[in-house]
Design a protein around this ligand. Structure first.
Ligand code: ZN
Length: 384
């Protein structure tokens, strides 16, 4: 593509960006299907090698796909630089592309499985790096881009690599979706995950009811206690999202198990709420309650470094022609939680604008592709 002046400097081309996003979207990649995720990793690795990036691919483990790390063709590998984070997995099952989430464009809306969260953003990061290669320019700081294969399940296998990369970073840019009218993200709640196992005593529900101790009745009391920990004023929420138990309708249930999700805005609340949940005890002395788990992602707060990075991005967006705002606090976690908690200035939500993450109407706004990619390019160009 040539720009309007007829020179040979490539411009950011919305059609080309969308075509690239489509290629990545049409390789379906649910987190738990390592072979499927790795088919997309193959494509992304090929794209990165084609532009001369130095690629390190680490084989996946525990049933997840491979982790990709790429260093810009320019810059010193030992020098602290800019880390760009994206993920290649989605929450959508294979076949969504043919049924619920057909790739299609309707005016400014473009639909597809995982297009908003976050294949559009992931591709835009690649496209920005490619832009520098095409224009023969470099950036003051070396740029590393990392593609995570299992972010949607909390990045259990790639967290250590993300943190190692962040130790070598001055800034982290996370290409998760923009939201609420193209806002970026400067604070996220921390996420805790717990499992509670309750053991009672089985008995015939007719003949020997009095001998039984119902694990489900105990669970019911525990659920009310856990859910009562939610406090919208402080931003703490608890959710018992999965419950299973019992062995038959005529058996006093001896077992019940549930999974608990905790969201907290601060490190202090992370600690105190974790202690409260791990400290839960049986209310029926004849039942046994056992709780395991802890914080999965630490809270990501808008500290001074993040505020400065945001103001810088805001100034760049102004030049591009829009007013960049930030979401005050979102309950959703991302890999940015890890890097922000390490004290590395982290700006998140720099991907495409749109709506419906994980939902049936998941979509991006076509008109956000060029300005938001331009912002990534400008950040890479100006951060030092
Ligand atoms: Zn995401």
């Amino acid at each position: 593509m040539n720009d309007a002046s007829g020179s040979n400097i490539p411009v950011l081309d919305a059609e080309e960006i969308l075509a690239g996003i489509r290629r990545w979207v049409e390789i379906e990649s649910p987190s738990h299907d390592a072979a499927a995720v790795n088919r997309l990793v193959d494509t992304v690795e090929g794209d990165l090698r084609r532009i001369g990036a130095k690629v390190v691919r680490t084989p996946g483990r525990d049933g997840f796909g491979d982790v990709l790390e790429a260093h810009s063709p320019w810059g010193n590998e030992a020098e602290k630089g800019i880390l760009i984070l994206g993920h290649l997995d989605t929450v959508h099952p294979i076949g969504a592309l043919e049924t619920t989430h057909r790739f299609r464009r309707e005016d400014d809306k473009v639909f597809g499985p995982g297009i908003y969260d976050m294949k559009a953003g992931s591709f835009m990061g690649f496209y920005a790096m490619q832009h520098f290669v095409r224009t023969g320019r470099t950036t003051p700081l070396p740029v590393r881009i990392m593609y995570i294969p299992e972010e949607e399940v909390g990045s259990p296998t790639s967290r250590v690599r993300i943190e190692a990369a962040a130790r070598n970073a001055k800034y982290v840019l996370v290409l998760e979706p923009a939201r609420d009218g193209n806002k970026c993200v400067t604070a996220r709640k921390g996420v805790g995950r717990f499992v509670m196992r309750i053991t009672g005593k089985a008995a015939h529900s007719g003949a020997r009811h009095e001998d039984g101790r119902s694990a489900i009745r105990e669970a019911a009391r525990q659920i009310l206690e856990i859910e009562a920990m939610t406090d919208y004023a402080t931003g703490v929420t608890t959710n018992v999202g999965l419950v299973s138990g019992g062995s038959g309708v005529n058996v006093v249930p001896a077992h019940c198990e549930m999974e608990i999700d905790l969201r907290v805005p601060t490190a202090e609340l992370a600690e105190s709420m974790t202690a409260r949940i791990l400290g839960l005890r049986a209310q029926d002395p004849d039942c046994v309650v056992e709780v395991t788990g802890g914080m999965n992602r630490p809270p990501y707060g808008k500290d001074e470094g993040i505020a400065k990075l945001f103001e810088h991005a805001r100034g760049l967006a102004q030049e591009i022609g829009y007013d960049l705002q930030d979401v005050k606090l979102t309950g959703g976690g991302s890999d940015g939680n890890f890097t922000a908690a390490m004290g590395v200035p982290t700006l998140d939500g720099l991907g495409a604008d749109g709506r419906g993450p994980h939902a049936l109407d998941e979509q991006i706004r076509y008109s956000s592709l060029v300005p938001n990619t331009q912002l990534i390019v400008r950040l890479l160009e100006t951060l030092r």
